[in-house]
Design a protein around this ligand. Sequence first.
Ligand SMILES: Cc1cc2nc3c(=O)[nH]c(=O)nc-3n(C[C@H](O)[C@H](O)[C@H](O)COP(=O)(O)O)c2cc1C
Length: 142
Amino acid sequence: MIDAVKEEWQGPLFVRISATDYTEGGLTPEVQIGYAGKMKEQGVDLIDTSTGGNVLAPIDTFPGYQVPYADKIRNEAEIATGAVGLILNPIQAEEILKNNRADLIFLGRELLRDPYWPRAAAVQLGETIDVPEPYQRGWRFK
Ligand SMILES: Cc1cc2nc3c(=O)[nH]c(=O)nc-3n(C[C@H](O)[C@H](O)[C@H](O)COP(=O)(O)O)c2cc1C
């Protein structure tokens, strides 16, 4: 399947996985580390590290609850990972990236709540980001 995708798409390829489905006998990070290594050989660029699955197991959610899985897969399979799941503020995101626990941060609901999150994050972290060209007129006052 990855080979078929790569025939059609030559850009960056991310694959979302569930590192665990919280079920005995189910998906485990160790199994996924094996798959991640194979995907790396096939040219996958990044593992988008989530959890859950088709089994209705209870999930204990708290800020950064899936980050340890992104960290483990990144550092044991030696492939770039993206961290996702209740990543809520810029300092939290920076901690994950600077401590090499993941290579990218994905935001879901927090971006729905605050679409200007990246701009506020840049201000808070003392960075300058370019406004995408189609939006530039929206930032001017004349
Ligand atoms: C009850 C529940 C179900 C979830 N189901 C899935 C799923 O089916 N597929 C998936 O990739 N992630 C699933 N997730 C984890 C995702 O990482 C998460 O919903 C979302 O991407 C997190 O982003 P956010 O916290 O920034 O909104 C689930 C999480 C919870 C708490």
